[in-house]
Design a protein around this ligand. Structure first.
Ligand SMILES: [Zn+2]
Length: 88
């Protein structure tokens, strides 16, 4: 592959960012929102996880949207499908 990986801005180890799907949990609101399959970039050297601004905004939007769907508890959402997998 000739694709050039962006370099890690955090470490000075020459790490490169690789695409990875992670699970993000937002527990700062009444309803805890767990978002699966969140696209991130992880440094292959220091392990720092970087969310793009777009993804971070979408996560905040998802967390906000779920506040109206349940009074409390935990909601699990897939980032891509925006589907509620479980609530309780
Ligand atoms: Zn790094």
């Amino acid at each position: 592959m000739n694709e050039k990986r962006p370099q890690c801005a955090v470490c000075n180890l020459g790490g490169h960012l690789v695409d990875e799907l992670i699970t993000e949990t937002d527990d700062t609101r009444a309803v805890i929102v767990v978002v699966r399959q969140v696209p991130t970039q992880v440094c292959d050297r220091c392990g720092t996880t970087t969310l793009t601004d777009e993804v971070a905004e979408e996560l905040a939007r998802l967390a906000d949207a779920q506040q109206g769907n349940a009074v409390s508890g935990t909601v699990v959402v897939d980032f891509d499908q925006r589907q509620i997998a479980a609530a309780g």
